[in-house]
Design a protein around this ligand. Structure first.
Ligand code: ATP
Ligand code: MG
Length: 662
């Protein structure tokens, strides 16, 4: 297939616009992502650009894998070696992996997770006699600074909390660098600093990345924009594609303003609009268009489709959440049976993670294989955090958060007073905990000293060992060496211990799979840092299995499914009960729009008459967004008899009304 096959004229225009900045601004399912994929192929095949000079940025790791494999297929024999397709975080990681030493860090840096970074903020607040109960709020403000692309020395705020955060930000950044660690936000912020301050590195990266393509541009934040700009240099070969109606991350600092900024910063910006939707049948598309038309628009987008009207949108009324899950699962079973289709054709999408539970139960009862994304991260599990802290320590013994976690899990007769003394001593001398524990001047009881030395000695031995032998087998024996299985058995019941043990094995398998990937990470340091990226949104999944997808609306962005069940279409759930302002409601509406437009042929919305919330039964109202869908597109189904579920007082009023005794 040539790069131009199955592209409409505006798509072709976007693909062949090689020099200078380009923005493709278009609604859902109009082929924006396809433009990026085809443009990469066009650059390599027709323009003879070396793959290593092309960098495409996607929103999730999964999207990156998919894009890479599409490009690979379309290249037909041309090599894609060196082509970068990654998330912003992964791109940042690649830049740091090569150049972090130029910023004064050592090459074996660790990426710490949000839990560790919160712990660090809490400690700093305690030391400064600050309000440690505000640690979470302060951490999130620091993260916000970073996401806006603001360095510690630039951080300012008008409110007290913000001022406190700006203050802690500086010491927090210093502590991180003292343990040779970076947090997830630094993966964007430090590359900006590098490119800004270090001309040599800047030229090298600008020369490497000659064509930059960004998908889901509407959800990039201020820091990412700064990174894009620094990478572009004077070449300005940027292709950004996005849809302002799908901007759903403003709480994470993503700014739809980035669309405006682009037009301001690049006066020669070319804008291409796409209007044909290739994804969804007519009724789905019209309904989605009507809903999103309630939001203010800077420019009008018309989307049309040639796929025919298709089915009406099914609205399933259910008695309660168990009934909702059962009705949805039954509908899927029936449909799959009739069509002889696959499980992967179906997705169940919801606003908040907790809504997944009844669906998981119903799916398990029906023996339907499923995969859950956007849920509680694998990395939040304590056994995974424990195990990773050991691995991080093997790579970077100065990683203090990892040290603190590992040194006492399992317990090793090292008490908290010992650790406090060690901490104070290390701070005084500006040493990492690991370096400080060898110092004879450290004043701790002999027993504690022996335990500390024993632990640190083991870390050194193990580090040597993994440097000399094959990595994964050497790690396989680690949990037993540290007595971790025993520890798990002592901690919880046998079943729980077995499940946790399996999770560790799963992590090792995953590491092995990463290592086996084409151009995959090889050393433990590389693997660990790569793993940390999955923390952001998702866990790695086996893309080939035929499984149904359970997902939050946020994590479903960019995907498409023949059938979508958007569940919990109720006030308080969607829009979420925390959305109060007009802007927040508009963002919820965009989220609803994203959900609707994932469906290709069939969209089902479901809602309950009764739902259990915080131990109480509530009677939710249908979502206002559901009511914004034109009636002629809706096909109401499910429990038809409203009287049955009515609460007694309402039923009584009803009865009285019927008898004419109001
Ligand atoms: P979203 O806004 O949801 O990210 P998008 O604009 O990125 O959507 P794509 O995912 O690129 O849209 O395309 C939607 C669907 O339409 C895909 O299945 C894609 O293969 C198909 N498609 C895109 N362009 C064409 C075309 N010119 N001819 C036929 N099919 C197309
Ligand atoms: Mg897309």
């Amino acid at each position: 297939m040539t790069p131009m096959a199955e592209l409409n004229p505006p798509q072709q225009e976007a693909v062949t616009h090689i020099h200078g900045p380009l923005l493709v601004l278009a609604g859902a399912g109009s082929g924006k992502t396809r433009v990026i994929t085809r443009k990469i192929v066009h650059l390599i095949r027709e323009q003879q650009v070396a793959p290593r000079h092309i960098c495409a940025v996607t929103f999730t790791n999964k999207a990156a894998r998919e894009m890479k494999s599409r490009v690979g297929e379309a290249l037909q024999g041309h090599s894609s070696r060196g082509l970068m397709v990654s998330t912003f975080h992964h791109l940042g990681l690649q830049i740091l992996r090569k150049d972090i030493e130029r910023l004064g860090y050592r090459g074996n840096f660790s990426v710490i997770d949000p839990g560790d970074s919160l712990g660090m903020v809490r400690n700093l607040l305690r030391e400064a006699n600050g309000p440690s109960d505000l640690a979470e709020a302060i951490q999130s403000r620091i993260s916000r600074f970073k996401n806006d692309g603001i360095f510690p020395e630039e951080a300012r705020a008008d409110d007290r909390l913000g001022q406190e955060a700006a203050h802690i930000y500086t010491t927090y950044q210093r502590s991180l660098s003292a343990c040779n660690a970076v947090d997830l936000d630094d993966l964007i912020l430090l590359p900006i600093r590098l490119l800004q301050d270090d001309a040599e590195a800047r030229y090298a990266w600008q020369d490497r990345i000659r064509y930059l393509l960004v998908d889901e541009y509407q959800d990039s934040n201020g820091a990412q924009y700064r990174l894009i700009k620094s990478l572009l240099g004077t070449r300005h070969n940027l292709t950004a594609v996005g849809d302002d109606d799908q901007s759903i991350y403003s709480w994470r600092g993503a700014a739809a303003d980035n669309l405006d900024r682009l037009a301001q910063d690049f006066p020669n910006l070319k804008v291409v609009k796409l209007e044909q939707n290739y994804r969804s049948t007519g009724r789905i598309l019209q309904a989605a268009n009507t809903v999103i038309a309630q939001n203010p628009h800077f420019f009008e987008k018309r989307l049309w489709s040639t796929l025919g009207d298709g089915h009406s949108i099914r609205a399933l009324r259910c008695a309660n959440e168990t009934d909702e899950a059962e009705q949805v699962v039954n509908a899927i079973l029936r449909d799959r049976f009739q069509r002889q289709g696959e499980y992967r054709d179906y997705a169940i999408l919801y606003r908040s993670n907790h809504q997944a539970r009844p669906f998981e139960t119903a799916l398990r009862n029906a023996r339907i294989p499923y995969q859950i994304s956007g849920g509680i991260s694998f990395f939040e599990r304590s056994e995974i955090k424990d195990f990773l802290s050991y691995l991080r320590l093997l790579v970077n013994p100065d990683d203090d958060p990892a040290f603190l976690r590992a040194v006492n899990t399992p317990r090793r007769s090292i008490g908290s007073s010992t650790l406090e003394r060690l901490g104070a001593f290390a701070k005084e001398r500006n040493l990492s905990l690991f370096a400080a524990l060898w110092d004879d001047a450290l004043d701790v009881p002999d027993k504690a000293r022996i335990a500390l030395h024993g632990f640190a000695g083991w870390v050194n031995l193990k580090t040597d060992e993994i440097g000399k032998t094959e990595l994964i087998p050497a790690l396989q024996s680690l949990p037993e060496e540290i007595g971790y299985l025993q520890y798990l058995q002592n901690e919880g019941d046998e079943k729980d211990a077995a499940r946790r043990w399996e999770n560790i094995q799963e992590l090792l398998n995953w590491m092995q799979r990463l290592q086996e990937q084409d151009e995959g990470p090889q050393t433990l340091a590389e693997i660990l840092n790569r793993l940390m990226l999955f923390h952001v949104l998702e866990r790695e999944e086996d893309d080939d299995r035929d499984v149904l997808r359970l997902s939050t609306l946020h994590a479903a962005k960019g995907l498409e499914f023949p059938q979508v069940f958007l569940v919990g279409a109720e006030e308080e759930l969607l829009p979420h009960r925390n959305s109060e302002t007009l802007e927040q409601i508009q963002e919820e509406r965009r989220l609803f729009y994203v959900g609707m437009t994932r469906a290709r042929f069939r969209l089902t919305l479901s809602l309950c008459r009764k739902r259990r919330r915080y131990g109480q039964d509530v009677h939710p109202e249908p979502s206002r967004f559901l009511q914004e869908i034109p009636k002629e597109h809706l096909d109401w189904q499910g429990d038809q008899n409203p009287e049955e579920e009515m609460d007694p007082t309402a039923a009584f009023a009803h009865l009285r009304a019927m008898l004419g005794k109001t």
